[in-house]
Structure formats: C-alpha cells, structure tokens
Ligand binder design. Structure first.
Ligand code: ATR
Length: 267
C-alpha cells in the first residue's frame, strides 16, 4: 500500500485526506493519505524519513512551504518562481517539489471565453504569491497588488512585474479580476468583513476569493449582486488537490464527484 500525507504545524482541520482517500477509493488505487503534524524543529528528521519510509508523495502546508525546499533534489520552474512548494513527488530517485496552488488558481479561469485584461491581488502572503504567479502564467497583461502593509506589496510587485497599488486606493481603478487572498470574510471574527466596498464593483468584473470557509463570503455575495461573476475559494482548493493527485498517480479524479464531496464536507 502506498503512503501519502500532508505535513503542517499546527495542522488543524484539513480536507485533503478526505479528498485524496476518496480518489484512491474511487479509482481502486491501493494507497492511503494521512495528516501528519510536523513542527518546524521536526522537519529535518521527518524529511530524512521521507526517503527511507518510503513516502510516495506529500502535501506541504503552513509553515513548511519554503523550508521544505532545502530537502529536495529538484523543483519545477513554477515552484521556483513562487518561492514555495506545496507538493512533493518522486521522479525516479529524485524527490521533486511543485506548487499546485498556482495550478489551483489558474484552473477555474481556464474555461472562460476571454481572459480579463487586468487583475488586482489583495494581500501579500503566500496565497498572493500563488495568485500572481498563476495570473502571470495565464497571460493576464496588467497585474496589480495591494496590501495593508505596503512594503510587502512592493516586494511582490517587483517579483511578479505587477503594479503596487496603495491599499487605501485599491478600489479607485477598474480591474477585470479582483482576487482576495486576505482573511477578510473568513468565518469567525472576520466573517462580516470584506476587502471591497459593495458599490465599487464594476459590472462584468470577476470576483475571486481564496477564502472557502464560508463558501459564500460577503465579498462574493456583494459582487454577485453587483453583476460580477464569482469564483469561490473551494475551486482553488479542489484544483490544487486534483493536480497533486495527477502528479502522484498519473490518473484524474472525477472533478464533479470531488467537488460534491468537498461541498458536503464543508456543510
Ligand atoms: P497566506 O499565506 O494565506 O497568504 P498570510 O501570509 O498570513 O497568509 O497573509 C495574509 C495577508 O492578509 C497579509 O498580506 C495581510 O496583510 P499584512 O501584510 O498587512 O499583515 C493581510 N491581512 C490580514 N489581516 C488583514 C486585515 N484585517 N485587513 C487587511 N489585510 C489583512
């Protein structure tokens, strides 16, 4: 039986085991996927075990997405350009790193009739880097980034060829795609917050939230009311997982079945 899993600290609740174990079962693959809480101090010893145990593939989450790079034989250009790895897989004897968060960001936009001409990313953490890398890979011509702490947005803007937009003036220009990577709107204290005023949406724009809990954030609800198309964070989560599964098994999970599974897990 092949062994897969996710490492992070603190790991908290994750839907990844639900998704991957369902995929293995559906496709009759003899494999299991576990959740392994690994503290930063334990990352080195754990990565030593990955080569001997053996572990066939790993999902990597906060806070290890950068630190894990030191233990790899190779990284994809995509992972290198984001500066973070969320997936480990084997290519022969080589332990390789990929960033399927970027593929997760891109996937829901691939089916559009035409790409937006511009996109603004709100926030400047790891998710913002994945979003900017994805939009650049898609070929969206004009990218912007706005963050509460301006210096971090400046750094990302320089890394990805984007324009740094002042946080207080983020709604002044029209953007074809508005992507929220901040926790504004997340369930808990932030549930009633939004990074965009309801009367500042341009009809025809796309509102894309990386937050998936709740599924319908205030940002997405108000965007829809203003006539915008919306993409929920569940799509990114789903597609980063589907891409991992493909890397590990060479097979595709049933997308609609997997989406229904995750919707069920969230409700
Ligand atoms: P992730 O890795 O998920 O992207 P992160 O690195 O913690 O998470 O980044 C969260 C982003 O949301 C940061 O850019 C943060 O802004 P700061 O750089 O100023 O900290 C942003 N953020 C968090 N809380 C926010 C709030 N209340 N209003 C606006 N931005 C916020």
């Amino acid at each position: 039986m092949k062994s897969f899993g996710i490492i992070g600290w603190p790991l908290g609740h994750t839907m990844s085991p639900t998704l991957h174990n369902w995929g293995f079962e559906q496709l009759g693959i003899d494999a299991g996927y576990a959740a392994w809480p690994v503290s930063p101090d334990d990352l080195g010893p754990f990565m030593g075990q990955v080569r001997t145990r053996p572990i066939s593939g790993l999902s990597v989450t906060i806070p290890h997405k950068q630190a894990v790079m030191a233990f790899l034989d190779r990284m994809t250009d995509r992972a290198r350009s984001v500066g973070a790895v969320n997936t480990l897989y084997w290519d022969g004897e080589d332990l390789c790193g990929e960033n399927t968060d970027v593929l997760g960001v891109i996937a829901p936009l691939k089916g559009l009739d035409s790409l937006p001409a511009s996109a603004i990313v709100l926030g400047a953490g790891g998710a913002a880097r994945a979003a900017l890398a994805g939009f650049r890979e898609l070929g969206i011509p004009h990218l912007g980034v706005a963050n509460r702490t301006r210096s971090k947005a400046e750094r990302l803007a320089a890394d990805f060829g984007a324009t740094c937009v002042d946080w207080d003036h983020r709604m002044d220009a029209e953007w074809g795609l508005i992507c929220n990577t901040t926790p504004l709107g997340m369930s808990g204290d932030m549930a009633d917050a939004t990074p965009w005023d309801r009367d500042r949406f341009s009809p025809g724009a796309i509102a894309y939230d990386i937050v998936y809990n709740p599924l319908q954030t205030r940002f997405l609800r108000e965007a829809a009311q203003a006539g915008c198309a919306t993409i929920s964070g569940l799509e990114m989560f789903l597609h980063q997982g589907l891409a991992q599964f493909r890397l590990w098994t060479g097979r595709d999970m049933n997308e609609n079945g997997a989406r229904a599974l995750l919707l069920d897990a969230l409700n």
